[in-house]
Design a protein around this ligand. Structure first.
Ligand SMILES: [Zn+2]
Length: 211
């Protein structure tokens, strides 16, 4: 039994869950706690502007962490095709929105993913969906990067996977060291991308512009 059996079959199709409806019991529980948090902050949760805030926050949290219910490997398996193509496939500038597990504040930016097919290709839209499935959880950028790499490697079994992720962390920009423009870059490679030449080609492709 999962926490989210309220989702019907259609919504969990292909391992990709789009939450349009929420678990009312969970929302209520989380909202109750946020009411307390507001009081601790010195706020008045009964004033007009805050009346529905605990519920809104609870719904937002449930949305932002829906990746716990997704099955990223299934997302890939739902669109794998036998194909002879064996050159690098690159999907760049994939938007990433996640939340750091240390402060529960957003980090966001872009992911660039490449793989070299080894008998199978995957529907291109599935790569951003895999990113979402792992990003919509409490994360650190390093683990997020590795989880995406491992999922693609283990499921598609390509000749190699490469991923570079560049994100801004609000926990760094708005608090702590308050470095507003610093960007954190992480990367992960397997197989053919361990080779310096192949990796250089990938890095050239993701930094090249089309115009
Ligand atoms: Zn943080």
């Amino acid at each position: 039994m999962t926490n989210h059996e309220y989702l019907n079959e259609e919504e969990t199709m292909n391992g990709y869950t789009k939450i349009d409806r929420y678990n009312p019991e969970k929302i209520e529980n989380i909202a109750k706690h946020y009411s307390e948090v507001l009081i601790e902050m010195g706020e008045d949760p009964t004033r007009e502007g805050l009346l529905k805030t605990p519920e809104r926050v609870a719904k937002a949290l449930q949305f932002l962490t829906q990746g716990y219910d997704a099955q990223p490997a299934e997302i890939l398996k739902s669109a794998m095709f036998t194909e002879d193509y064996s050159q690098m496939v690159v999907v760049k500038d994939i938007e990433v929105f996640s939340m750091c597990e240390h402060h529960m504040l957003p980090f966001f930016g872009k992911a660039h993913i490449a793989y070299i097919p080894n008998g199978h290709i995957v529907g291109l839209s599935k790569l951003p969906r895999v990113v979402d499935a792992f990003a919509r959880r409490l994360q650190v950028q390093e683990r997020l990067t590795n989880e995406i790499r491992d999922c693609i490697q283990d499921t598609l079994k390509p000749a190699g996977v490469a991923i570079v992720m560049e994100c801004k962390h609000l926990c760094m920009a708005m608090r702590g060291v308050q470095k507003q423009n610093s960007v954190t870059t992480t990367s992960a490679f397997t197989g053919a991308f361990e080779n310096e030449k192949t990796r250089a080609e990938f890095l050239r492709l993701i930094t090249a512009s089309l115009d």
